[in-house]
Design a protein around this ligand. Structure first.
Ligand code: AMP
Length: 190
């Protein structure tokens, strides 16, 4: 299996680039943000648990996220591989993912980190908020909380993959196609 972690702060372009990778490599897209929004729309108990954290721009507790990811992996064991988008977002999640995959004799092939300066992230998120309908994209204070959560809890995940020799940083500023070309050539070497 080709298992890729697509990593980066909110607004880095993970969702957009995931869509392109899925189309070119027939992988399963596992976006924890999308899964949570689906649960919210369907009014499930899991969605109810996640809602207050999401509305505030805070991370949902690890045990809730990890359980949801495990269910999704189990339901797609016939996949060619997964693109993990927006997961793992804490070191505990990264460790749990390694354990889960190891149980199936699988592992992460490599991690791609999209690097975008903070002012660009803020303007992209505010722009997206005009059309996405996402409450967490619509005001600067919510965006600031998300970026702070990223810096405090998520950024250390990059070191986790660096220590495993799996980290690949990519400049996430430029046209969608230019960035995809760079990602695609890194993925070809996994
Ligand atoms: P996203 O669509 O990836 O920006 O995620 C939207 C929101 O869902 C985040 O701000 C968090 O509240 C929650 N969320 C998504 N993925 C995770 C994760 N891996 N760990 C904790 N919370 C998450």
């Amino acid at each position: 299996m080709l298992n890729i972690v697509l990593f980066g702060p909110p607004g880095a372009g993970k969702g957009t680039q995931s869509e392109k990778l899925i189309a070119s490599r027939s992988l399963v897209h596992l976006s924890t943000g999308d899964l949570f929004r689906k649960h919210l729309n369907e009014g499930t108990p899991l969605g109810e648990k996640a809602q207050s954290f999401m509305d505030e721009g805070r991370l949902v507790p690890d045990e809730i996220v990890i359980g949801m990811v495990e269910d999704t992996i189990q339901n797609h064991m016939d996949a060619k591989g997964f693109i993990f988008d927006g997961f793992p977002r804490t070191v505990a999640q990264a460790e749990a993912l390694d354990v889960m995959l190891k149980n199936y004799n699988l592992g992460i092939s490599g991690m791609i980190s999209l690097e975008v300066p903070e002012p660009e992230l803020i303007s992209r998120l505010l722009d997206r908020g005009k059309t996405s309908g996402r409450v967490d994209d619509q005001n600067e204070s919510k965006i600031a909380v998300r970026i702070e959560e990223y810096q405090n809890k998520t950024a250390p995940v990059a070191d986790y993959y660096e220590r495993q020799g799996k980290f690949n940083g990519i400049d996430g500023v430029g046209s969608i196609d230019q960035i995809f070309e760079k990602i695609d050539s890194v993925v070809s070497a996994f």
